[in-house]
Structures are given as C-alpha cells and as structure tokens.
Write a protein that binds this ligand. Structure first.
Ligand code: BTN
Length: 327
C-alpha cells in the first residue's frame, strides 16, 4: 500500500477531524515530507484537504468520493480484493475476468464510477452515468446446487433492501424477482451471472452485479425511460448527503451475510409488491395474464392461471409486469 493510499484511508476514517502532520507520519511510518507529498497528490486528484500552520490536515467533512480507501474501513472483511475503476465497460465483465483468472475469489468485488456498457437482464443496457449511481459486482463462490440460484438472486435483493434502509433510511419495494423500486419507479437492478461447473452441476462462481441510481444526471436518461426508472434521491445535492462508500460496503457486507445460508428472507416476502396483483407474464414472444399469489420458500412465484390452475414461475423463464389498471 502506498503512503498516499494509507493517508487517504486514515483521512477518510477521520473525515472532518484535523490530524497533525507528525501524528500522521508516525501512524504511517513515514516522514512528514512524504505526508505532504501524498496530501499534494490527493489534492491534485480533487480531494479537499484543509491545512494550516501547526494545524495539521483535515479531509473536508462533505467529501463523498468513491474510493477503495473510503470503502475498506466499512467492510466486514477489510482484507477483501476490491477494484475500483473510474470507467469500465461493465463491472460484471471485469469481475468475471478476475474470477476466471484466479486473481480474486469469494467476497472480492469490482466497483466503478461509470460504466460504458453496463449490462441489464435480457440483453438490455444499464445506463450508468458517472457518479450518479453505484455500479458494483461481487464474486461469490456459493457451492450450492444450481436449483438454489433463485435464492441467490432473492438474497441479493434482500441485501440491497437492508443496506439502503440502514444507510439511507429509505424502505424500498421489492419486485419479484430482483428489482427494487422507490415511489413506483425502478431504482435498482441486479444481474446475477453464473460460472458453472457442468460436471458437478454446481455454481462454481456467481457474479452478482448491482446497479443503483442515486440521482438522475440531467440529460442522461431519455424521457420515456424516466417515466419508469427512478432514483433514490431527487438530485445530486440530496444524494451527496449519504456516504456512497458506506453504502457500497454495506451492500457487500449484507450480500455476504445473506448468502451464507441460502433461504428466503422475511424482508424479501414482506416488502414484495407482486403477490396479490394481477400480473402479465411475458414469456419470450408470448404473454398471458394471471394472479400472483405468493413467493414460495424456494423463491419461485406462485400464480393462479386464468383456468384456476396454479403455476410456480422461475427466474429466467419469464418476466412479470404488474397490471395497474383493469380487473
Ligand atoms: C437489470 O435490471 O436488468 C439488471 C441491471 C444490472 C446492472 C448492474 S450495474 C453493475 C453490474 N454491471 C453490469 O454491467 N450490470 C450490473
């Protein structure tokens, strides 16, 4: 770890507090000149570090920049491999490369300030403007059989639900299977991709990609998308009030906790907005209407078909739209 990196971690941990140059030098086991050089370099990167004669250094309290140093102190497993990109095509792709090359394993994650080719489910694009959202992908080695993969997805939605509640104080709605909504608009999408061991039939590695819109950068979303896609906050200034490093760390911490033993969580069931509604089931080119009854313990959605028969829907086979008008 470089002096600059260690200094940033220390300043992030003491945001808004003044630390003397000598105390920092002692803590980092370097000279005061090395501290000064690192401060200069961080300032060049855009960090606001205040300093005064005989006063020491202080990272401005309102600093809210995504950084590995800012995330790490909040991690339940601070030794995890964490890669931050200013710009990347897709964090899922980057995480997959890390996992396949053996560079990183369970609990490692990739996070980016911006994605140039963010991927959604069913080949869709996930619009990922710079700093307007959190874009991260976690590597998991779940060692569960393939049929449990649905519970991996529900666990990811639960982790986001809990992290957003804890850090932002916002109680999101969950839409089966893994979308999260705020005031009727989608604010988070999850793309779980598996690297499977075909012989054993197990998921060797799963990449859980999570994208959360913090606010809408003016002009970044087409009007028709803005009608259905929302954000946690109304604008950038409002979004700056939460610590995005803390939110990222909590999502990862909770994801690791929720996936330790795969089961349907009470939060997933309680905050799910699908059961009780008439839904449209879109299955490739075909679609049909049914009534959503409940979430089964294995994560499938129990529905009542028009002829009164029951079907259990599985992730990947269909997508579901809630019918808001008509009976
Ligand atoms: C969806 O709702 O269709 C899923 C969207 C998933 C987006 C996230 S952003 C981080 C990760 N990297 C990607 O390319 N996709 C996921």
């Amino acid at each position: 770890m470089t002096v600059k990196s260690k200094l940033l971690e220390l300043l992030e941990q003491h945001k808004g507090e003044t630390l003397s140059g000598q105390a920092i030098a002692t803590e980092l086991a370097c000279t005061r000149a090395a501290v000064w050089k690192a401060v200069k370099s961080l300032r060049e990167e855009g960090y606001t570090i205040e300093a005064g004669p005989n006063k020491g250094y202080m990272l401005a309290k309102e600093t809210n920049r995504l950084s590995v140093e800012g995330i790490r102190p909040f991690l339940a497993k601070p030794e995890a491999v964490v890669k931050l990109f200013k710009e990347v095509d897709s964090t899922n792709q980057a995480a997959k490369k890390l996992a396949v090359s053996g560079e990183a394993g369970h609990g490692a994650f990739v996070i980016a300030q911006r994605q140039t080719a963010g991927r959604g489910r069913r080949g869709r694009t996930f619009i990922s403007p710079e700093d307007a959202g959190l874009y991260l992908s976690v590597i998991l080695e779940p060692s569960e059989t393939l049929k449990e993969s649905l519970l991996l997805t529900t666990a990811a939605a639960t982790a986001v639900y809990k992290a957003v509640k804890k850090v932002c104080g916002i109680s999101l709605d969950i839409k089966w299977v893994n979308d999260l909504y705020n005031q009727g608009k989608k604010v988070c999408g999850i793309l779980t991709e598996a690297i499977t061991d075909f012989e054993g039939g197990t998921i060797e590695t799963a990449i859980v990609g999570i994208g959360i819109n913090l606010y809408h950068e003016p002009g970044s979303f087409p009007e028709e998308i803005k009608a259905v896609v929302g954000a946690l906050y109304g604008d950038k200034a409002e979004a700056e009030r939460i610590d995005r490093n803390l939110l990222a760390a909590e999502i990862v911490n909770l994801l690791l906790e929720e996936t330790r033993e795969l089961k349907l969580s009470k939060e997933y069931v309680e905050h799910n907005i699908v059961p009780g509604h008439k839904i449209q089931i879109i299955d490739g080119e075909r679609s049909r209407f049914a009534k959503a009854i409940s979430i089964c313990p294995d994560g499938r959605l129990l529905v009542e078909e028009k002829d009164g028969s029951e079907t259990r829907l599985s992730f990947g086979e269909v997508s579901v739209a809630i019918e808001r008008h008509g009976g």
